[in-house]
Design a protein around this ligand. Structure first.
Ligand SMILES: Cc1ncc(COP(=O)(O)O)c(C=O)c1O
Length: 398
């Protein structure tokens, strides 16, 4: 058989530990084992009915032709209306917000350009940057201060090659929410480096609890000519499978992203755009209701973790993840004699106990694991009890 030669550009784009753990969980289930999946970052709610109905109406009206590459005008206008001072020219509709990120990197990075990612970060950033020839520069947030950004460290990491600084609030995986002051501090650093742009991934914008969400668009209007906001309907409206996201940016970047998109997806599915328009312009009360359900689930997770010796966590203020530390149990032994040396070992051990969670190393921050609480509350309770039992069974090696 002829040998397949993989492109060099894929050399550093590994299968993420998120995908690996999801596979392991699926295989365990196929083998008939009982697994509660707190790994997956996907709301367990349904797409709102009015969004489904809008898509069906679009299909029945034969609104199924190629879309305009940058997106259908009513949806671009609706998105622009969410951000002061922006028009449809500042908006591109993409196949999920992930594709807005890929488009932006394709459109802006040259070989060796640097992009700052604040750890812990959604691992796809690093893969997308590498795929586009860039170099992810990882700057840890302050784990001792609820994962707030470390402005000194970011400032030191910036060089003449820094093209982007990426922020993600509320954060996947830490649940940290940037304050307006945090954003102003970051904005000051970007302002001091004219070749650097700010990318604000706001996909979890509607899922915040005790702390209000602050958008980079609202807090940093003076940086509007160097800011890309990325968001979409996946998380807030439980529409992951529709694959609709968007980018909001100065028109020259939107034009360049549209050029890249023209040779990629050539645009986002037209019925899916109709569904997204209905979600964004329809009744928004469901956001409050879902937020309260997520808050209840978060509190459930936090209550259980507080009772686990050796596991500590900050209190997430948004998204639907908790990112606890298990460092105090690193090097301890499981009942069948395995020493837990790294995050993957810990997560494999939890999988053995019946719970799928994701290693912190997958997000650039070892010594942690990510729990997604986008799951049924009874399942969360059962999973946390299984986890507590497994943690209590660990023994220190003397
Ligand atoms: C931080 C962050 N950004 C972007 C995305 C991509 O979402 P989508 O492509 O479904 O819009 C995700 C999905 O997990 C995410 O966690």
């Amino acid at each position: 058989m002829a040998q397949f030669i993989k492109a060099d550009r894929l050399a550093d784009v590994e299968l993420s530990d998120i995908v690996r753990m999801s596979r392991a969980a699926r295989e365990a289930r196929t083998e008939g084992r009982f697994i509660i999946d707190l790994g997956i970052g996907e709301p367990d709610f349904n797409t709102p009915d009015h969004a489904n109905e809008a898509a069906i109406a679009a299909i029945c009206a034969h609104d199924t032709q190629y879309p305009p590459i940058a997106g259908k005008m009513p949806l671009r206008e609706a998105v622009a209306g969410l951000y002061a001072g922006r028009s449809a020219d500042n908006v591109i509709i993409t196949s999920g917000s992930k594709y807005a990120l890929l488009n932006a990197m394709l459109a802006s990075l040259n070989q060796g350009d640097e992009v700052i990612c604040l750890a812990p970060f959604w691992v796809s950033y690093a893969h997308i940057i590498r795929l586009c020839g860039g170099v992810p520069i990882v700057v840890p947030c302050r784990a001792d201060a609820d994962f707030r950004p470390d402005l000194d460290a970011i400032g030191k990491a910036m060089t003449p090659r820094t093209r982007w600084l990426i922020v993600n609030s509320p954060s996947n995986p830490s649940g940290a929410v940037l304050t307006a002051d945090d954003l102003r501090g970051i904005g000051g650093l970007v302002a001091a480096h004219p070749q650097c742009w700010l990318l604000s991934d706001e996909i979890y914008e509607h899922i915040t609890y005790e702390q209000d969400f602050a958008s980079a668009a609202a807090v940093l209007p003076e940086l509007a000519d160097r800011t890309l906001i990325v968001s979409g309907v996946s998380k807030s409206y439980a529409m992951t499978g529709w694959r609709v996201g968007y980018g909001v940016a100065p028109a020259p970047l939107i034009d360049a992203m549209t050029t890249a998109q023209a040779q990629g997806t050539a645009g986002t599915s037209t019925p899916a755009q109709a569904a997204a328009l209905a979600a964004l312009t329809g009744d928004q009360n469901l956001l409050t209701d879902r937020r309260e359900q997520f808050r209840h689930r978060r509190d459930l997770v936090l209550e259980h973790i507080a009772k686990m010796d050796g596991i500590t966590t900050s209190k997430p203020m948004g998204a639907f993840y908790v990112f606890p530390s298990w460092q105090a149990r690193m090097g301890w032994q499981t009942p069948d004699g395995k020493v837990l040396k790294n995050d993957m070992d810990f997560c494999q051990y939890m999988l053995g106990a019946g719970v799928a969670v994701i290693p912190g190393s997958a997000f650039g921050t070892a010594g942690h694991f990510r729990i997604s609480y986008a799951a049924d509350p009874q399942e969360i309770k059962d999973a946390m009890e299984l986890m507590a039992g497994a943690v209590a069974d660990l023994r220190e090696i003397r």
